[in-house]
Write a protein that binds this ligand. Structure first.
Ligand code: SF4
Length: 70
């Protein structure tokens, strides 16, 4: 059985650039030139960073951080 792959994604439409995601989980998020957060690379979250992904999701004031399992 294939193990699940956890991913984070920032909804660009919702994000208002508070940078909390980046502050809480710089391993998973970066900021663009406007200070808006976005996932690093393809957003894949290693098992070690799952808690940080959830933390960033629950702390985004715009509900722009999505955590999905594939
Ligand atoms: S915490 Fe939310 S609103 Fe702020 S930069 Fe990250 S995704 Fe955007």
């Amino acid at each position: 059985m294939a193990s699940k792959i956890l991913k984070v994604r920032v909804d660009r439409e919702r994000c208002q650039g508070h940078a909390r995601c980046f502050a809480l989980a710089p391993e998973l998020f970066e900021l663009d030139q406007f200070g808006n957060g976005r996932e690093r690379g393809d957003g894949t979250v290693s098992a070690a960073l799952e808690a940080k992904a959830r933390l960033a999701q629950s702390n985004c004031p715009e509900l722009a951080v999505e955590v999905t399992e594939e």
